[in-house]
Design a protein around this ligand. Structure first.
Ligand code: PMP
Length: 280
């Protein structure tokens, strides 16, 4: 496999990550996951804009211009003949003798690689199950930071319960999933948490909200409680890799009639059309 290492495309075996890389020791860095359909990255610019925002938020500068990075990612996908899958991109503050404060001498390191992966068609068709769990993450969930321990522990709890996702609850409100944004439908209204510091501003969330507006679905960007969620007619999650995916059971209890609902289906169809429009 060919990977992006700093500004070069090299073989994976040739990469050399130092034991004092700050991503490795402190999780001191940021990342992105970008979906590729038919060999074409989906909403690449939006992902790179968020990458820049995350970098700014942790006071980290990109080692070279964004336009160069965009071109390198296209080259990477092409070199690996990635038709369907993901591009993973990471920026570390670099390598320096271990000490918490920013090093003056470290050079930020970009790495990127590809993962072939097909669309999660069974999950999209049948829906997935979820549990609820306490949101123990830090207060800057809007930064796509490499510090993912809160998400890792929540996801593992879901897996331990035979579920696909953990829906996180902070101070009596549903924030998001461990690696997804959460939407619910009650009556004809779509609800999702507002884009503030408590959630990652998902690119798929944003696309879904645009599609909802286009389809004339009424939207409330307001926090809602777990009991509100338990009474929802429909619930779904969104993410780059899971797209718009129905949640049919939460904490062992069926959502609505236990089947993906009509508004979820409408948004899934619109999302598929968007993929075809952008990546044909
Ligand atoms: N929330 C969290 C915590 C995530 O990790 C992710 C996926 N990285 C998302 C939401 C979904 O974001 P996106 O649609 O940009 O993949």
């Amino acid at each position: 496999m060919i990977i992006l290492y700093d500004d070069r495309l090299i073989k994976r075996e040739e990469a050399n990550i130092d034991i004092e890389d700050r991503a490795y020791q402190f999780g001191d860095g940021i990342y992105e996951v970008i979906r590729v359909y038919h060999g074409i990255p989906f909403y690449l610019n939006e992902h790179l804009e968020r990458f820049q925002k995350s970098a700014d938020a942790i006071r980290l500068s990109l080692p070279y211009p964004m336009e160069t990075l965009a071109q390198k990612l296209l080259d990477l996908a092409r070199e690996n003949q990635l038709e369907e899958g993901n591009l993973y991109l990471q920026l570390s503050r670099g390598t320096s003798p271990r000490s918490h404060a920013f090093p003056s001498d470290a050079k930020p390191l970009i790495i990127g690689y590809t993962q072939p992966d097909s669309r999660p068609l069974t999950a999209l068709q049948n829906g997935v199950t979820a549990i609820t769990d306490e949101d123990i993450r830090w207060l800057r969930c809007d930064i796509k930071s490499l510090n993912l321990l809160g998400a890792v522990l929540a996801k593992q709890k879901a897996v331990d319960h035979g579920a696909k996702e953990a829906i996180l609850v902070r101070n009596g409100t549903v924030t998001e999933g461990s690696s997804t944004n959460i939407f619910m439908v009650k009556g004809q209204t779509l609800w999702t948490h507002p884009a503030n510091h408590f959630i990652l501003h998902g690119i798929t969330r944003k696309i879904t909200l645009q599609l909802a507006e286009y389809l004339g679905i009424s939207v409330k960007l307001e926090p809602f409680s777990p009991s509100h969620l338990a009474e929802a007619d429909e619930v779904f999650l969104t993410s780059t890799t899971m797209e718009v995916c129905p949640i049919v059971q939460i904490d062992g209890k069926a959502v609505g009639n236990g089947k993906p609902g009509p508004i979820t289906r409408q948004l899934q169809k619109a999302f598929e059309k968007e993929i075809e429009r952008v990546c044909q």
